[in-house]
Design a protein around this ligand. Structure first.
Ligand code: 6TC
Length: 258
């Protein structure tokens, strides 16, 4: 098949990277890595290209990093497309963005399926147009039995509204007697979040030099190692990703203990 030849999982990874991959795989890799993908607009602007060229380039990086994460045995990769221009975006860009998932899945879903990748989404799906949601639901359906990397897209996701929604549902459950106020603890609370079936992220990567969490997984990242890079998302490659994993493996993780 065309994509098999073009995207054969080994051939698309440079030699130098393969050696670093083996070294990383010889130690404990983080189970759950989250990435705030930032910098598409700036990347395009610095090349006098339209912003959507940055998003298009960013999509290719989504594929590259997903395949690498799957190859080194990461369980869950959560991708959050952050952009401060969310509300300032021109309509043409929003329309393009809502078509991007369909384009991404048309091109890469066969390869993701071939790599045993499972696609899921978290966030308020209601605000995603139905044509976009349709292709996403199909991708979720077609990959639901895969047990390789869980590729989790955060779409229209905001951590504070997720927490408020959890509180409202807990109050509802107390009122109708499903749970008792004194039973509430961190584990019970976590079950009311959109990430209830996911482990907390072990490592959070953010590109483009911004050093902020931007309302992303605030509860879940209580003990998450944070790794920031000035690199803009479209320029982010396997080397940068392995830099973050290698640094994570060097840091001794303390979970608040000594
Ligand atoms: C299963 C998966 C393929 O489907 C979806 C994935 C996301 C969304 C939500 N979405 C697009 C619509 C919106 N909310 O603007 C974003 O989060 C958003 C905002 N900017 N960019 C550009 C960008 C592209 C690449 C990297 C960063 C930003 C994206 C974005 C994010 C990741 C990927 S991967 C294929 C397309 C795409 C588009 C809906 C469905």
């Amino acid at each position: 098949m065309f994509y098999k030849k073009l995207f054969n999982k080994q051939s698309s990874i440079p030699e130098s990277i393969k050696e670093r991959m083996e070294l990383v795989k010889s130690q404990a890799v983080p189970d759950h890595v989250a990435i705030i993908m930032d910098g598409n607009g700036r990347w395009a602007k610095s090349r006098a290209l339209p912003r959507i060229a940055g998003h298009h380039e960013g999509m290719k990086v989504v594929r590259k990093i997903s395949i690498l994460a799957n190859n080194i045995g990461i369980q869950t990769l959560t991708l959050f497309a952050f952009s401060t221009e969310n509300w300032k975006r021109p309509k043409s860009e929003v329309d393009y963005l809502m078509k991007l998932p369909a384009e991404f899945l048309d091109i890469y879903l066969p390869e993701l399926i071939d790599n045993n990748v499972k696609v899921q989404v978290i966030g308020e799906k209601e605000k995603i147009p139905s044509h976009t949601l349709l292709v996403v639901e199909k991708a979720i359906e077609r990959t639901k039995n895969n047990n390789g990397l869980l590729l989790n897209f955060a779409l229209n996701y905001g951590s504070r509204s997720e927490i408020i929604m959890a509180i409202k549902n807990i109050v509802k459950d107390i009122k109708c007697g499903n749970i008792n106020e004194r039973d509430i603890n961190e584990d019970i609370f976590s079950q009311y979040l959109m990430t209830k079936d996911l482990a907390d992220p072990d490592l959070l990567i953010r590109t483009s030099g911004e050093i902020r969490l931007s309302n992303f997984m605030l509860w879940q990242s209580a003990y998450t190692e944070l790794w920031f890079t000035d690199c803009l998302w479209p320029d982010f490659d396997e080397g940068h990703f392995l830099d973050a994993i290698e640094q994570y493996q060097k840091r001794s993780r303390r979970f608040g203990g000594i």
